[in-house]
Ligand binder design. Structure first.
Ligand SMILES: [Zn+2]
Ligand SMILES: [Zn+2]
Length: 105
């Protein structure tokens, strides 16, 4: 079961609810990434049934919703879980310890 936490920017008022890193759910494996088009942290599907699957190894149907931004369907994404930078102002985002966790599946 996948869980998400609330992250907030230390500088601007942007906040997002996302998994801290790769999260394995019942069906999809998701990873938080920064969409360079939307300027949002989005949950990108990077695999199915507990396995990370590279784009080229996915079937046509699997590729439709994977390795792209779920909002704009662009593949212009940056890694987020290493630096956790705010997509709006590039400052550090921190987990809200009081925000609790949420199950996403
Ligand atoms: Zn910010
Ligand atoms: Zn996007």
């Amino acid at each position: 079961m996948g869980t998400m936490s609330r992250f907030e920017c230390t500088k601007c008022d942007y906040d997002v609810t996302a998994p801290e890193r790769i999260s394995i759910g019942m069906h999809a494996v998701i990873e938080p990434q920064s969409c360079n088009i939307c300027k949002e942290i989005v949950c990108v599907t990077i695999g199915y049934y507990g396995q990370v699957i590279s784009y080229k190894d996915m079937t046509f149907d699997e590729k439709v919703d994977a390795h792209c931004c779920p909002e704009c369907h662009n593949m212009d994404l940056s890694e987020w879980d290493d630096n956790q930078k705010c997509p709006k102002c590039s400052e550090k985002m921190i987990m809200d310890e009081n925000g609790g966790t949420l199950c996403w599946d």
